[in-house]
Design a binder for this molecule. Structure first.
Ligand SMILES: [Zn+2]
Length: 293
């Protein structure tokens, strides 16, 4: 079992490259079987909780959504003892009622990515596992995150539920795509929720998302099409709400109800343990150790 350095992990997306207000800061460079994560992990104390923070796109925003090393990022957090991950993500809105500067805690994901490693159980894993993704976000953690975002003083409108469609990018959508996504019933659009959620589930991490709405994508005829300038300017304004939400989440962590995320692999491994090579077991010991003892 991993040494428990921090139980709460935060992955900061565009606009949230560091976490203010952390005490006793320490940085860790971590190597994983899948290469290094996006950057060093910052450990710090928020309230009375040790938090592990990782900037998804790396320092200075060097990594495109396609190039983010998602597997290394989730692995690195897991190796620090993290049990729960809050992903902070900038999104476009596909619904009139989800306005720029609102916050959304989505409950579903739709994956349209095409060019990313999406599983820890790759060709070198030596075994096959099929985890459930029916509810890709941890429902209990999402409920607590929504409650925290709704706390007095956060100052942003918060929505619970909704489907996040993840596109490959790095370009924004065409108007045609955006209109079709709306017809499909999608609510918000981003470029990083997948495979992050898939990998969190395989790593038996509770995963919930705080989505920061920056724009109306390109479907709304009366609106200027989304640009990087629009996204960045609005993110500066609601990154503060994201930080306050994380702060308000800390005292709620202890009361979070039960979930099945932390036993996601329990009945998911279909390979006969007798045929899993020892080298493969060693490589994925952080995930499989407790099942292949
Ligand atoms: Zn969970």
């Amino acid at each position: 079992m991993a040494e428990i350095v921090a139980r709460l992990g935060v992955i900061g997306g565009t606009g949230l490259y560091r976490m203010d207000g952390l005490a006793d800061i320490e940085e860790r460079e971590i190597m994983t079987p899948f290469g290094p994560p996006s950057g060093p992990i910052t450990l710090g104390t928020l309230g009375d909780e040790r938090v592990a923070f990782l900037a998804r796109h790396g320092r200075g925003h060097r990594l495109s959504p396609t190039r983010v090393p998602y597997r290394s990022n989730l692995w690195a957090l897991k190796s620090l003892g993290v049990e729960r991950v809050i992903a902070v993500s900038a999104v476009g809105s596909l619904r009139e009622e989800l306005a720029p500067l609102d916050l959304v805690v989505p409950d579903q994901l739709f994956d349209r990515t095409t060019d990313r490693a999406r599983t820890f159980f790759d060709a070198d894993a030596g075994c096959v596992a099929h985890v459930s993704l029916a509810d890709p976000f941890c429902l209990a953690t999402s409920a607590a995150l929504h409650a925290a975002a709704s706390a007095p003083g956060i100052g942003a409108r918060v929505h619970r539920g909704g489907t996040y469609i993840c596109i490959e990018g790095p370009q924004f959508s065409t108007r045609g795509e955006s209109r079709v996504f709306r017809e499909w019933g999608m609510d918000i659009i981003g470029m990083t929720g997948m495979p992050e959620a898939r990998l969190a589930r395989e790593a038996e991490l509770c995963y919930a998302m705080l989505a920061l709405v920056t724009d109306y994508d390109v479907w709304r005829e009366e609106e200027e099409p989304v640009t990087v300038q629009i996204v960045v300017e609005r993110l500066h304004r609601n990154a503060a709400a994201a930080r306050e939400t994380l702060r308000a989440l800390i005292p709620r962590l202890a009361a979070i109800g039960g979930c099945t995320c932390r036993a996601a692999l329990q009945d998911a491994i279909v390979t006969d343990p007798a045929v899993i090579p020892s080298k493969a077991r060693e490589r994925l010991d952080l995930l499989l150790g407790r099942y292949l003892a």
